[in-house]
Design a protein around this ligand. Structure first.
Ligand code: SDX
Length: 428
């Protein structure tokens, strides 16, 4: 493999260094391009061919359907580790020892109380405000309640900001859910594990004892592990670019929450359930919706299908599909919407359109069905995705800051009007 790439522009040849990653991915380093060519830039809408950084956190192979965190296969992590253990790995780079994990868990619990004045912000939201809008605002509000800027070179201050966010984020998410449902706000219970605590924060009502369902806890733990990080996706890239201006961790993650909300990204899990319910209400006519998805004149897309990186199965979708089967078997229930999803997947995967465009089910195709089985309303599906993705946002923000990456500021190609003289009102 040559360690240089050559580019010929207006007959002149330019050379650029080639970088090779751990898994033999190849990147052309064009940081000298503009200076060397007197102003030439590249353009790549949506960054489909452009890397924004080097990272040691997550490796994806879209062709082979591989996902690893710090070298560990996602299949192993979901089977053998817990959400908070994987969060430690993603953020600090190694699986924790028993002592490290106990300290990590205890330090997070220390931050599980929200400032009571946060309730004034919650009260200010309209009754049925979407929980993602509340989550983004309240995450940003953490900066107001924890104003000390974090010195990125102080391991102690960075660790404090990380454990603060890991402790408070699920509580904020639960308060957004309770507000949306018109229910009283719950407090964390530090005698419980992280996932158990999320379940009681979300579903406990003061008039009844809360009965923890270990099957539900196991399913949620596995589901959240599958969301922990996914290299430079839209919301993570947002966290990185906001943080690159030296904005704090809470403000950067608040930006990530807003980016995740979009229906093409984390909002897809809510859109999938709405689509499946439309198909169910429409008599389960799966073929009709497959044809709509294939029709260039129809804006309808098969939500939960397709991926920018995976041109093979999303490994997370396989794991989630099995988890859904196990959960329903364990709960002794069934969800007709799951059957519609499986039928839709079967018909789509046997259709040349989806095969040619390499469109397979992604992480969002089945996740909403599990969230629904666990009792979450559809408006909370993307919030749960955010709780899962938080460790990745933190890890990527920390890596970017510790690498002292420059402020993100892309170039552009101007295609507007050339210089023109100003016109007074009566000349227009
Ligand atoms: C997530 O990046 C990440 O890692 C994201 C994520 C993470 O963990 O962070 O994995 C989480 O966001 C998963 C994706 C959730 N979104 C959806 O399920 C929404 C439905 N899918 C799409 O809109 C789409 O597939 C994207 C947004 C996911 C990817 O879009 P791309 O890579 O920009 O591809 P594209 O829109 O250019 O589509 C390529 C072709 C087009 O046809 P042509 O113009 O070439 O003829 O495939 C078609 C598209 O029309 N196509 C679809 C389709 N997705 C793409 N056609 C029908 N249904 C779909 N779902």
């Amino acid at each position: 493999m040559s360690d240089i790439a050559k580019l010929v522009i207006n007959g002149q040849e330019y050379e650029f260094p080639v970088k090779v990653g751990t898994e033999n991915e190849i990147a052309i380093d064009i940081k000298s391009l503009r200076a060397a060519t007197n102003g030439v830039i590249t353009i790549d809408s949506g960054f489909k061919n452009t890397g924004s950084c080097e990272s040691k956190i997550t490796f994806l192979d879209g062709e082979k359907g591989i996902l690893r965190h710090r070298g560990y296969a996602i299949e192993d992590l979901t089977k053998k580790a817990g959400f908070l253990e994987v969060a430690y790995l993603v953020i600090f780079g190694e699986l924790p020892t028993k002592e490290q994990f106990s300290k990590w868990e205890a330090d997070i619990k220390r931050h599980s109380l929200l400032n009571e004045e946060m309730k004034n912000i919650i009260d200010g939201f309209p009754k049925k405000a979407h929980p993602m809008g509340m989550l983004s605002s309240l995450t940003s509000a953490l900066t107001a309640f924890n104003p000390a800027t974090v010195d990125i070179n102080s391991e102690e201050q960075v660790y404090g900001a990380i454990t603060t966010l890991m402790g408070k984020f699920p509580v904020i998410a639960a308060w957004a859910h309770s507000k949306n449902q018109g229910l009283p706000l719950n407090y964390a219970n530090n005698s419980m594990g992280y996932i158990e605590n999320i379940m009681q924060l979300m579903f406990r009502i003061p008039t009844e004892p809360y009965e923890m369902n270990p099957i539900a806890v196991k399913a949620l733990d596995e589901l959240l592990i599958l969301h922990e990080d996914h290299e430079q996706n839209c919301s993570t890239s947002t966290v990185r670019i906001v943080g690159s201006s030296e904005a704090g961790l809470f403000a950067s993650v608040s930006g990530g929450v807003s980016a995740l909300w979009g229906r093409l990204h984390g909002g897809a899990n809510q859109a999938v359930l709405e689509m499946l319910k439309d198909i169910q209400d429409d008599g389960g006519d799966v073929e009709k919706y497959i044809n709509k998805a294939k029709d260039k004149n129809d804006p309808f897309r098969l939500m939960g299908f397709g991926h920018r990186v995976y041109k093979n199965f999303d490994p997370r979708a396989r794991i989630i599909k099995n988890a859904a089967d196990e959960l329903f078997a364990d709960l002794g229930t069934n969800d007709p919407v799951l059957e519609i999803a499986k039928h839709l997947e079967e018909v789509a995967l046997s259709d040349p359109y989806f095969a040619e465009k390499k469109l397979y089910p992604n992480v969002d195709f089945y996740s909403g069905i599990i969230y629904r089985a666990l009792g979450f309303p559809v408006e909370m599906f993307t919030v749960m995705c955010a709780i899962g993705r938080l460790p990745g946002w933190i890890a990527q923000w920390k890596e970017m800051r510790l690498n002292h990456e420059p402020i993100g500021r892309p170039r552009q190609l101007y295609t507007g009007e050339p210089l023109r003289a100003f016109k007074e009102f009566d000349e227009r």
